[in-house]
Design a protein around this ligand. Sequence first.
Ligand code: NAD
Length: 473
Amino acid sequence: MQHLTHFYINGSWQAPHGNECLEVVDPATEVACASVPRATQEDIDAAVHAARQALPSWAATPASERHDLLMAAAKEMQRRYDELRDAHVLTVGSPIEMAGAIHVDGPIEGMQYYAERASRMEEVEQRGSVSLVREPIGVCALINPWNYPLHQLIGKLAPALAAGCTVVAKPAEQTPLQDFIMAEIFEEVGLPPGVFNLVTGVGSDIGPIMAAHSDVDMISFTGSTRAGVQVAENAAPTVKRVCQELGGKSPLVITENADLEAAVRLGVENVMANTGQTCDAFTRMLVPRALLKDAAALAGNIAREQVVGDPKRPGTTMGPVVSERQKSIVQHFIRRGLEEGATLVEGGLDAPDHLDRGYYVRPTIFSDVKNDMEIAQEEIFGPVLCLLGYDSIDEAIEIANDTIYGLSSAVYARDVNEALPIARRIQAGQCYLQEAEFSFEAPFGGYKQSGNGREFGEEGLLEYVEIKSIIGT
Ligand code: NAD
């Protein structure tokens, strides 16, 4: 059991003002595996103050120095790869053989990606006699969820630091460990004091303080739509910039000309990865009605390939969901699917065989789902896939867009040429064609209630930038 007792504020490890701590639970054993301090208003004030003090000199640092520091941090992340991976095995329940690829490789690449883009801050765009210069927005509060904790942190932190902003980071209660490792890494590489500050605590009490803080210029939030709305409300009186990455209910449209088995495999594996706790997972699979039975049978077989169990054991492909609360949410939705009359193809409410301890859920496939059912509209955030039939491409697009969300989407057709026109009609921030994979060049973010703003790509850097027009140059 790891007892972490101090926050990282102003370049040193500082004792909290209060004396409460929070337990972190290993979801595979239901036993506490770490504790972290619970921040109060005074701790947030101290962290924000440190970030404010550090801002002028960090913002004025030559981009080449910021580049070098981010590259040094990426190198140190590589050196401490196993510790970062194991933090995800322990707290997210990510299978050990996959956790590095899923949770650590991308963040290292992300750190390098934005290191290379620090120089963009020194570019001046000339429009006649108007010069456009880029300046960092200022002090940024970063609030993250538990499903991809390092990926979410780096998606905000790397562009913020590259832009010359200073930050106060708050990880989710369930998954704070990788943030402490990152604080040690920044200490090791010599990031100036106050540029990166880390606090831990309960989101519903310190989140509003961070969002409302008059010395915070921007808040970047990833999490539920419910909390994202509260962040925007709390941020409004100080007119700070708000970036929200929220929920999703993303469709995968499979056309009648697609290789059905390959398309269904892609869809099932996409949803089951990270035990279904992926905000942009393709949780609604849209299939031509004549192929729905075949697709359901394939999906059931592919779901059965999952090896559910102890994430620390080699061979496991699916660990538990993150918490008891998450397990009961997922089970609620499985129950609702059964009550609403969807066909249960695989999985269901029972615990997976031989797993009476840990927050395990069976990989679950529902077919004959109607888009007005709760399981088709609500984000389940667990290993549950819904198959829906459609009669025409127009109807498929109508179903795809019939959601309050618009985070991601996918089209699997005969080829890219057939998929592209369909992609253009889907209301979502991203659309993956065929077997396409995640890319840092692809800005990520939502239409509709999936959020505001973009992470990754050049656009991810621009979130942390103010554009100043100098007129008469
Ligand atoms: P959550 O909103 O409860 O928690 C997310 C973070 O917000 C945590 O750090 C939490 O402490 C904090 N928080 C909670 N209440 C807050 C408040 N009032 N003000 C400020 N911060 C607050 O979400 P969750 O249930 O833990 O996470 C799952 C949700 O996150 C899902 O809905 C999922 O879709 C979403 N998510 C979205 C993305 C994305 O990029 N769009 C990525 C991951 C997760």
